[in-house]
Design a protein around this ligand. Structure first.
Ligand code: A2P
Length: 276
């Protein structure tokens, strides 16, 4: 997979096929240097969120990179706790202020519920927030809009009550957690699935079984895991702060055999819920 490979959103916008995830990368020098390093390594897609607290550092690194803004795809997210139209308008404005870019490429509702109320029903509120997302899209401040951590039911509520359909659903997706139901539902509805934590935040790296499989391809477990997400038709968002890993994670131009993909699909992480 090269940085020249893209996914296409329902509105025709193209998205570089691997994104650099910045969840848990502390703001300041670490976030700034990691994003600079990712851009140097060839990533042209950077994923942040207001809740990560690093939008300002990410935006600064993008501005300082010397790379034409139009070549970089930038995602951020509206905090999950924001559940009214007016607060969503203010929240989107906060992102633009912190990130310091004229526009972003994708804005997502971070989750269907506040993080301290996981699983609670915020259907009515999400429909209201989505109206602010539509308005934000129409203002031209973002080139696309979507959702994150949304289940089938949460997604349907938006699909049934929107003028502009979500173009992306970003969910946790990795070997052992293929998220079959929601990924198929998104595909049927023309929604691109992005997968965060493609290495299960590092847990997959401990698997001897995956290490043996990766070795056959002369690749690392990280590369095998990222490639798996791509071959599931989803867009992986690996995260790292180490230049060597950052470079490695975008070098996934190989093919896992159909048999091995099927086998990887059978592995279970016993995590049935979409956001886990
Ligand atoms: P670090 O951030 O210290 O560089 P995920 O993308 O699933 O959230 O996983 C991120 C975790 O995996 C981080 O702890 C990151 O380490 C680690 N990691 C990322 N890429 C690699 C790699 N190529 N080899 C080993 N560890 C990696």
């Amino acid at each position: 997979m090269k940085t020249t490979d893209f996914f296409k959103l329902a509105n025709g916008v193209t998205v570089p096929a691997i994104g650099f995830g910045t969840w848990q990368i502390p703001s300041g020098d670490i976030a700034y240097n990691s994003v600079k390093e990712a851009l140097k390594a060839g990533y042209r897609h950077i994923d942040t969120a207001q809740a990560y607290g690093n939008e300002a550092s990410v935006g600064q690194a993008i501005r300082d990179s010397g790379i034409d803004r139009s070549e970089i795809f930038v995602t951020s997210k509206l905090p999950a706790e924001i559940k009214s139209f007016r607060a969503a308008q203010i929240g989107a404005g906060m992102t633009m202020k912190k990130i310091g870019l004229d526009y972003i490429d994708l804005y997502l509702i971070h989750a269907p519920w506040p993080w301290d109320k996981i699983g609670a029903d915020y259907t009515k509120e999400n429909i209201e927030v989505w109206k602010a997302m539509e308005e934000f899209y129409e203002s031209g401040k973002t080139r696309s809009i979507g959702i994150s951590n949304f289940s089938v039911k949460d997604t349907d509520a938006i699909l049934e009550n929107s003028r502009i359909r979500p173009m992306v659903n970003q969910i946790k997706l990795h070997i052992g957690h293929p998220q079959k139901e929601i990924t198929e539902h998104c595909r049927r509805n023309g929604i691109l699935v992005e997968g965060y934590s493609p290495l299960a935040t590092g847990r997959l790296l401990e698997s001897k079984e995956l290490a043996a499989m990766a070795e056959k391809y002369s690749k690392s477990v990280a590369q095998l895991s990222i490639r798996y997400v791509l071959q599931k038709g989803a867009l992986p968002l690996p995260k790292s702060t180490h230049p060597e890993y950052i470079r490695q994670n975008i070098d996934v131009n190989f093919e896992i055999t159909p048999d091995e993909m099927s086998y990887l699909d059978t592995l279970s992480a016993a995590q049935p819920r979409p956001w886990e």
